[in-house]
Design a protein around this ligand. Structure first.
Ligand code: ADP
Length: 424
């Protein structure tokens, strides 16, 4: 690049590079989100507590017994560690299990139990004595179909109901009759199974689930295929979706203290270490609103210093990203560094602290309020207090921060970096 460019131009150049990263498709985001969420529920055992908190999306009142589920399904649910239904489950399950059947569109935040709800509905409505496909579930991707299939298998562990996968690679002879009661798959393959290979008699389908319905409708070709399947005399349809933007305001309410820290770029690394050392027992994400190069630099510096760091950047394939998240989930790394594009749409809900290495800006060099909210939205979920730290390193970024404060009408507290107690 020749002589060192002026600072703002430098940032602009780096932003361009960042924009070259590939967008993460929404369906892949969903999968990554699911992988992350598993740990929230499976590893920290906080669900019980959260379910008793009326401000939490997991808050629930009803018991599973009240739903009069078959005993083998209750057994399955309890063996998964579920004690009571989440809010969406308590609301949607009575409708999903009602007779006569009713169509339903369920919409709630990611990770609040929608998948578990429709899986339970399918398992309840399937008749194991009848050896043909009765419930059909469409997922936007192969990986999500497998993931949901695993939930069916786990929850249906004590039930004679079985599941099969209509996904690429699962070849079944034309004309063979599917004997499993539940079929889960991606739209293209399901369509082939129904109409080309005639493995499924669509007239016998009682339950039709459109998972991630908002993603499906967004994906070219998928909405036509889904509608074509659904039109074929299905008794009951559940469309399950999550519209991210509707949750915006709710997120902001939960985040009570996000702080700013005036420091200079030379010092940034030291400050990050300072923050990280004081909160070492917590999971920390560091969001880097810059290039892959800087993300790489930061992670190698931190690794060199003996910290365990996971790096999520746009050059990784979805499977590789899933593996990185899995390691973070397993607690193998406590710090997750992500580049801006890569972090978009991915919720790391166990994250306690978000560090904004740079404040998010749009192409016009104005503050990107939505991305800001999205990033800090990663902390403070489910009524827990959150902490986001912005690294402010110039008058320019101080001005950006000021505009963010004005936009959200919320004062961002300044953090004294010398005061460990305050950071803690
Ligand atoms: P969604 O489909 O809304 O994204 P999931 O159904 O995948 O959410 O649920 C998120 C996580 O919470 C999963 O790990 C699931 O096993 C767990 N979970 C779902 N319902 C309950 C419940 N009632 N009690 C405890 N954990 C639950």
């Amino acid at each position: 690049r020749g002589a060192a460019p002026p600072k703002e131009r430098h940032a602009w150049l780096e932003k361009q590079e960042d924009d070259d990263e590939e967008e993460v498709p929404r369906a892949s985001q969903s999968l990554l989100n699911k992988l992350i969420r598993q740990s929230l529920v499976e590893s920290n055992h906080k669900v019980e507590v959260l379910q008793r908190d009326p401000s939490s999306p997991l808050y629930s009142v009803k018991t599973f017994e009240e739903l009069r589920l078959k005993s083998e399904l209750l057994h399955g649910i309890y063996s998964m560690g579920f004690n009571r239904p989440s809010k969406i489950q308590a609301t949607a399950l009575p409708m999903m299990l009602a007779d006569p059947p009713q169509n339903l569109i369920a919409q709630s935040q990611s990770g609040t139990g929608k998948t578990a709800a429709f899986v339970l509905a399918m398992l309840s409505r399937a008749n194991p004595d009848e050896k043909f496909a009765q419930c059909l579930c469409l997922s936007p991707t192969y990986e999500l179909a497998l993931q949901t299939g695993q939930v069916i298998e786990q929850m249906g562990k004590y039930s004679p109901v079985t599941v099969t996968y209509a996904v690429r690679g699962n070849r079944i002879e034309r004309g063979t009759q599917i004997e499993d009661q539940i079929v889960i798959g991606t739209p293209g393959t399901v369509l082939d199974w129904c109409f080309k290979l005639k493995l499924i008699d669509v007239k016998k389908i009682r339950v039709f689930v459109l998972d991630e319905a908002d993603v499906m409708i967004d994906t070219q070709g998928y909405s036509d295929q889904s509608v074509r399947i659904q039109r074929s005399e299905v008794e009951v349809t559940f469309a399950v979706c999550w519209e991210r933007l509707k949750c915006k305001l709710k997120l902001l309410k939960n985040i009570s203290n996000y702080n700013s820290m005036p420091i200079y770029r030379d010092n940034i690394f030291m400050k990050i270490l300072l923050i990280k050392n004081t909160v070492y027992h917590l999971a920390v994400t560091i969001h880097i609103h810059m290039t892959r190069r800087i993300a790489k630099w930061l992670s190698s510096e931190m690794i060199h210093d003996g910290h365990q760091v996971a790096l999520l950047s746009g050059e990784l394939l979805v499977e590789q990203r899933a593996a990185v998240i899995q390691r973070f989930r397993d607690g193998k790394e406590k710090v997750l560094i992500t580049t801006n594009v890569c972090a978009r749409g991915i919720d790391v809900e166990q994250v306690s602290i978000v560090v904004n290495f740079d404040l998010p800006m749009n192409r016009e060099r104005n503050p990107d309020f939505e991305t800001y909210l999205h990033r800090i939205g990663r902390t403070g979920r489910f009524g827990k207090p959150g902490l986001a730290i912005n690294l402010v390193d110039s008058m320019y970024s101080r001005n950006v921060l000021h505009r963010i404060e004005q936009h959200f009408r919320k004062k961002i507290k300044e953090l004294d970096t010398e005061d460990i107690d305050e950071i803690e």
